[in-house]
Design a binder for this molecule. Structure first.
Ligand SMILES: [Zn+2]
Length: 402
């Protein structure tokens, strides 16, 4: 979402050109207009104006300038700025021989006042070399992306829903190594990319989103749910990628599954729980997790049982929506004892989107189209769950005798 002030300026006078002012003079770059998400600018043209270079590869397109290096995950709203992965208000798009990126990248990331290299003037759509007075630099980091204040949203959803998206792993915990992922990508990168896309989809539908992380950082397992999904949070969704250890035929196994919390039931569910729980070793205060690994509190009262029932319903909706976009098998709704769900005090699920040890699943999870499809399916399921939740609470509040 474009920050409100910038959106207003763009709305009153849609800019046709970006002006880049430097020692090389003023260079005008035509903008590509789009119906939604604001104008796009050619990265090749931008690089020429900045005296930089563009290097594309299969997945990432890198812009190198004197002020820094920016890697775009083509087809997604993600740009890596140094070590931070940042969200833009719209996706980058490949057109011809160039990647086109949202103008907001120029206004908010390149001209970030912290960088002190470029200065942005929204009124004239001008990027000027050198640090100027900080103005109109909007934070792009989405700790909370929001759209509150309306009573009924398109599609009949009640306003004010909040969902927490938890991209698995991060920082020194890479998750699984991503055997068939493109070079350098690991589970933590894929969960973050898809997680940010899910957040963007939900935001479009008026659902407020809290992210446990928007960058490549580590959040303790035991803190993810209780800290980021509290009493006003309707659902906690943890996103992961499955993998198998080497054994005969292991690369043939594929498909998607969604878990809700329980004592692990099957040997396979226990394996997945063990794998995801092993991230505890990276936690800075592991005692937080150890204190709460018992399941007893979960079943102490009816509310816990109710949360489990709702979690199961959310999990089955996610499975059926994923089935529409995933060509691997639907491995079903499962139960296991995940540490990240164990500390949750709200309905919560954990999605394993596919196996990085299977070539087809890995491709689905790392291509821009595949990530967009997976994210859209997960977001559709979450909205369907919230609609069901609205209905249930409406029934409850309409009194007895119903
Ligand atoms: Zn994982």
């Amino acid at each position: 979402m474009i920050a409100p002030l910038l959106a207003l300026l763009l709305a009153t006078s849609p800019p046709t050109h970006l002006q880049v002012s430097s020692a090389r003079g003023i260079i005008m770059i035509p903008l590509l207009q789009q119906r939604s998400d604001g104008p796009l600018v050619s990265l090749n043209a931008l690089a020429r104006a900045l005296g930089g270079t563009v290097e594309p590869d299969a997945t990432w397109v890198t812009l190198s300038t004197a002020a820094g290096r920016f890697r775009f995950l083509a087809g997604t709203p993600l740009v890596q700025d140094g070590v931070a992965l940042r969200g833009m208000p719209g996706a980058s798009q490949r057109r011809g021989d160039s990647l086109f990126v949202p103008l907001a990248f120029v206004a908010e990331v390149l001209a970030d006042s912290a960088r002190r290299a470029w200065n942005w003037t929204a009124a004239t759509t001008m990027l000027s070399e050198g640090a100027g007075p900080a103005q109109l630099t909007m934070p792009v980091s989405k700790t909370t992306v929001g759209n509150a204040g309306r009573n009924r949203l398109p599609g009949g959803l009640r306003a004010g829903h909040r969902v927490t998206i938890d991209p698995g792993h991060g920082g020194i915990d890479p998750g699984n190594p991503g055997m068939f992922f493109p070079r350098g990508l690991r589970e933590k990168d894929v969960t973050l990319a898809v997680g940010l896309l899910v957040a963007a989809e939900l935001e479009k539908k008026g659902v407020r989103v809290t992210m446990t992380r928007t960058r490549d950082t580590l959040i303790n397992l035991g803190q993810r749910a209780p800290r980021y999904c509290q009493v006003d949070c309707d659902l906690f969704v943890s996103i992961h990628v499955n993998s198998l250890d080497r054994r005969p035929g292991f690369t043939q196994v594929r498909g998607f599954e969604t878990y809700f919390l329980s004592e692990a039931r099957s040997a396979d569910a226990e394996r997945v729980a063990r794998m995801e729980n092993s991230a505890v070793r990276y936690d800075m205060h592991p005692s937080d997790v150890e204190r709460s690994t018992g399941l007893d509190f979960m079943f102490k009262d009816l509310q816990r049982a109710e949360f489990l029932r709702q979690s199961q319903h959310a999990a089955s909706l996610i499975q059926s929506m994923l089935e529409e976009v995933h060509d691997g098998p639907n491995n079903g709704v499962k139960q296991a004892g995940f540490a990240v769900l164990n500390t949750a005090r709200r309905p919560s699920v954990l999605i394993e989107m596919g196996f990085s040890t299977n070539r087809d699943d890995a491709e689905l999870m790392t291509t821009p189209d595949g990530q967009r499809d997976l994210a859209a399916a997960i977001a559709r399921a979450i909205v369907a769950y919230l609609r069901y939740y609205d209905q249930e609470t409406a029934d409850t509040s309409s009194g007895s005798g119903q």
